[in-house]
Design a protein around this ligand. Structure first.
Ligand SMILES: NC(=[NH2+])NCCC[C@H](N)C(=O)O
Ligand SMILES: O=C(O)CCC(=O)C(=O)O
Ligand SMILES: [Fe+2]
Length: 327
């Protein structure tokens, strides 16, 4: 794990940029506008941080933590669900901090059908979702997954900035570099024998069964491989809850099961503290979360999440609109 810890002066410098991007009034916070200014202002981040993130990008570092980012003294209570945060602008300065750092690594983008098309998401437990398969869950663990596994323009990085984490709940991680797959399993994973589906956070997406297969095939998301790219430094995608083998392909189905079993021995964890942001390489690492007990008292665990792609033109090229929000 690569880590940089900002010193006091660097933290103050970031806080100044955050103030410029975010302003004082959460009610007037417009993340899409802020995204534009943050891309320019990212040039003024402390040199040591910019150089560090440039190295992360160039070397394709698996997991990177930036520590001691500014978190507001007057942080509002943890919202009880992302929709509340969307209404109130809660944690808008921290959204700005994540946009600034993220812009040094990639290009922010979002999904029209996820968290209402927001560019920065809230990850906090929500009543009624304790055992769901979305980031709003708590009591049930969140399976190790590639973020937005189904989509060809899924993020190169998923980034999470911590505002609160009182019980030091861990984000779980497995790197492909640590997997010891047998040659025969790897061989199967490299073949286009798998289907990948939108997860439950993509509202209104067709979720399962034959209808989903038609929908995805119609959009060009046909059978794909799990492992791909350079043999010496491969990429992968995996989400046991939202993938399947092609119909009646028992061998591919078994490869999913054995890969998922292999994860168990390779899990690393990072318990983010307030002011930590983790940048997970979404092509080299799957991530998830340990279970925990939600409180719903304003002191709950609270992260901001931002997707980053290395070349936003890949998104523009898929559509007839020049938008970072994938429809
Ligand atoms: N295996 C899974 N549960 N995958 C879905 C992960 C959570 C999803 N990214 C969300 O925003 O809610
Ligand atoms: O809460 C975490 O640590 C991870 C959450 C996650 O995987 C997500 O929001 O996509
Ligand atoms: Fe995730």
């Amino acid at each position: 794990m690569h880590r940089i810890t900002l010193n006091q002066q660097e933290r103050d410098e970031v806080a100044e940029l955050v103030a410029e991007v975010a302003g004082d009034d959460p009610e007037r916070w417009n993340p899409l506008e802020a995204m534009d200014s943050s891309t320019e202002l990212a040039e003024r981040l402390p040199l040591r941080l910019r150089q560090f993130l440039a190295g992360v990008r160039k070397n394709e570092s698996d997991v990177t933590v930036v520590s001691n980012l500014p978190v507001s003294d007057d942080l509002p209570p943890t919202p009880i669900g992302w929709d509340i945060a969307a209404k109130t602008g809660a944690g808008h300065r921290e959204e700005a901090a994540l946009l600034l750092c993220g812009s040094a690594l990639g290009e922010p983008f979002g999904w029209a059908n996820q968290q209402d098309g927001r560019i920065v998401h809230d990850v906090c437990p929500a009543p009624g979702h304790e055992n769901s398969m979305t980031s709003a869950s708590s009591e049930t663990e969140l399976s190790l997954h590639t973020e937005d596994v189904f989509h060809p323009c899924r993020g190169d990085y998923v980034s999470l900035m911590c505002l609160r984490n009182p019980d030091a709940v861990g984000t779980t991680l497995v790197r492909i570099a640590n997997l010891e797959l047998t040659e025969s399993v790897r061989d199967i994973l490299e073949q286009r024998r798998f289907r990948f589906y939108p997860d439950d956070s993509h509202v209104g997406a067709v979720l399962a069964g034959a209808a989903a297969e038609d929908y995805l095939a119609g959009r060009g998301y046909d059978l794909g491989a799990v492992v791909f790219g350079p043999a010496e430094r491969p990429y992968f995608r995996f989400d046991v809850d939202f993938m399947s083998a092609a119909a009646s392909d028992v061998v591919a189905s078994e490869a999913i099961i054995s890969t998922n079993r292999e994860f168990a021995d390779r899990i690393e964890r990072v318990a983010l503290l307030p002011g930590d942001a983790v940048f997970v390489d979404n092509y080299r690492v799957v991530h998830g979360r340990e279970p925990f007990n939600p409180r719903y008292d304003g002191k709950d665990r609270w992260l901001k999440r931002l997707n980053l792609i290395r070349d936003v033109r890949r998104i523009y090229a898929m559509s007839d609109r020049r938008s970072r929000i994938i429809a």
